[in-house]
Design a binder for this molecule. Structure first.
Ligand code: ACM
Length: 544
């Protein structure tokens, strides 16, 4: 790529494996430009016609294979690698060849980046020349799991905003949306056999503002949930953009909303849906009835979310209630467990067996390793059976959980707080809203390395990829979400997609060019220089 090429003014993010500028003018899209696709690439054809048709105002009508200027094809024999593609543009046309349908889609996303930033608008401004510069791009992702978690429990995000988020993920070639659907402060997915989960559990009377002591509240009800139809719509919208949705039903901690709806699930009688932030002692009882309840929840969840993974949380479960609970102590005795940590592990294993029998893979936060989850006393029953081989660990409290799981032969997704928590502060400046966690600048996200040091090649192969997590205690609107997520998500895309050295000084000018696309798309990102006045939240206290 030469610096003065048209490619250079259309910076590609994430950076592809190779991009070579051609020496001709390129292809100009006009009212007579036709597009065609192999049968396996029709989904991308529809997406391209809809998105670029809206932005350019051009018909981009479907043509046949020989008369079309833009051609989308799938060729698994082209040696492009999983999700890989090649895009070739000359004065006559543009050809996208994908290894698979996802590869074609990513090639089409790159094609969009090669157009002026106005290609990210929803309607044409008039007067734009839609030139695709000549050249070729060959590309494939480094990792298979390029994820983002949205916490829609602490603050509900309407489905239209979830789908917009999926569009923005896909524009960055990210492919896993993890929805944190339940927590102390809200239950967000309709479960038909247990309607009170959403009737009662999907809203709270008020919400803590920031983290001041004593706590400050806004005294406004907050709520919302996705009907099963909404979920199917989100999942289909995501699938059309090659994004898999991973649902999370968080157990056995973080369950106040469920216990509010069905007090028999807990050890504490009826409690309100949580209104404050933190880790709370009210946890699920470990009875047969509670297990049966959650098997029923998971049965509906697997019907709604067709992807291979179901996340059952497992994080931050205080053990005090189990220590004084006769039923928990009876279970520990009956099952020959050593303590409450092993009880948690036992509980997770019951759900693992249920999911595995339904052909799904359990995902859990790294606390699921406590209580010896990975250890097996001989195969096939008797003693303590370990978790199923397909169970996948999400390493958030640093890298240790991921390292232990990879060494034990389990797949892992890395999302350590220090490099992955997008609720964490973007600067230490006084006007940075709302300052929680450790400093996590765009640069820090960009330079983070997903594979922990010290793993053998075989162990490192268990690192499926990485994920950023958007916790929303202090993210109460889509505007705030944009501020916390962008442009850090753009930097993350390159962390998980691109191979080779990463140099922030090289990235930043490309990122500045990319911000024009985010502007065109209407994304209210955090400017690299700091918040705009209306993006600050004076008086809302964070934590260190
Ligand atoms: C977590 O941040 N509690 C996974």
């Amino acid at each position: 790529m030469t610096d003065n090429s048209p490619f250079a003014s259309r910076p590609l993010i994430p950076r592809p494996v190779t991009a070579v500028a051609g020496d001709t003018a390129g292809l100009v899209l006009t009212a007579s430009t036709r597009v065609s696709a192999d049968p396996d690439a029709r989904g991308t054809l529809t997406w391209l016609q809809r998105e670029l048709g809206a932005a350019t105002g051009l018909p981009l009508a479907t043509g046949d294979e020989t008369s079309s200027q833009i051609r989308l094809s799938v060729d698994p024999g082209a040696g492009l690698g999983r999700e890989g593609y090649r895009l070739i543009v000359d004065d006559e046309g543009a050809l996208v060849v994908g290894n698979d349908p996802a590869g074609v889609f990513y090639g089409a996303q790159t094609l969009r980046q090669l157009l002026p930033a106005d290609a990210y608008r929803a309607a044409p401004l008039g007067g734009t020349e839609w030139t695709l510069p000549a050249g070729s791009v060959t590309d494939a992702p480094r990792f298979a799991w390029r994820g983002a978690m949205l916490d829609v429990a602490r603050h509900f995000l309407p489905k239209r905003e979830v789908m917009r988020f999926v569009d923005l993920m896909a524009a960055h070639k990210l492919n896993v949306l993890h929805l944190h659907l339940t927590d102390d402060q809200g239950w967000r997915v309709e479960i038909r056999r247990y309607p009170k989960l959403t009737e009662r559990g999907s809203w709270r009377t008020r919400t803590q503002q920031g983290c001041a002591t004593p706590p400050v509240f806004d005294d406004r009800p907050h709520g919302g949930f996705y009907t099963q139809e909404d979920v199917r719509e989100i999942v289909a919208h995501a699938a059309a953009r090659h994004v898999t949705v991973v649902p999370e039903i968080d157990v056995p901690g973080h369950s106040q909303a469920a216990i509010h709806a069905y007090p028999e699930l807990g050890e504490c009688g009826r409690i309100p849906v949580g209104t404050q932030w933190g880790v709370f002692e009210e946890v699920l009882a470990v009875t047969d009835e509670v297990l049966e309840f959650y098997r029923g929840v998971l049965d509906e969840v697997v019907e709604l979310f067709p992807g291979p993974y179901v996340h059952v949380g497992g994080d931050e479960c205080p053990k005090a209630q189990w220590r004084s609970s006769p039923s928990a102590q009876r279970r520990i005795k009956e099952e020959g467990l050593a303590d409450e940590d092993e009880l948690q592990s036992w509980f997770i294993r019951q759900l693992d067996a249920h999911l595995t029998a339904r052909g799904r893979r359990l995902v859990g936060w790294d606390e699921i390793l406590e209580g010896g989850l990975l250890e097996r006393d001989g195969a096939g029953g008797g003693g303590r059976a370990g978790i199923s081989p397909g169970a996948t660990v999400m390493s958030w409290r640093g890298e240790e959980g991921g390292v232990a799981a990879a060494r034990a032969g389990h797949d892992v997704v890395m999302s350590p707080t220090r490099t992955s928590y997008l609720d964490y502060r973007q600067s230490d400046a006084a006007d940075e809203p709302v300052r929680v966690g450790t400093l996590l600048r765009t640069e820090d996200v960009y330079l983070a390395e997903p594979v922990p040091e010290g793993l053998t090649d075989e162990e490192a192969a268990h690192v499926l990829g990485a994920q950023v997590n958007v916790w929303t205690e202090h993210v109460d609107t889509p505007r705030r979400l944009d501020y916390m997520v962008f442009p850090r998500l753009s930097a993350f895309a390159e962390q998980v997609w691109s191979t080779g050295e990463r140099d922030y000084a090289e990235f930043e000018p490309r990122l500045r060019g990319h911000l024009e696309r985010l502007d065109a798309a209407g994304v209210e990102y955090r400017p690299l220089e700091g918040p705009r006045p209306w993006q600050t939240r004076p008086g809302v206290v964070g934590w260190d």
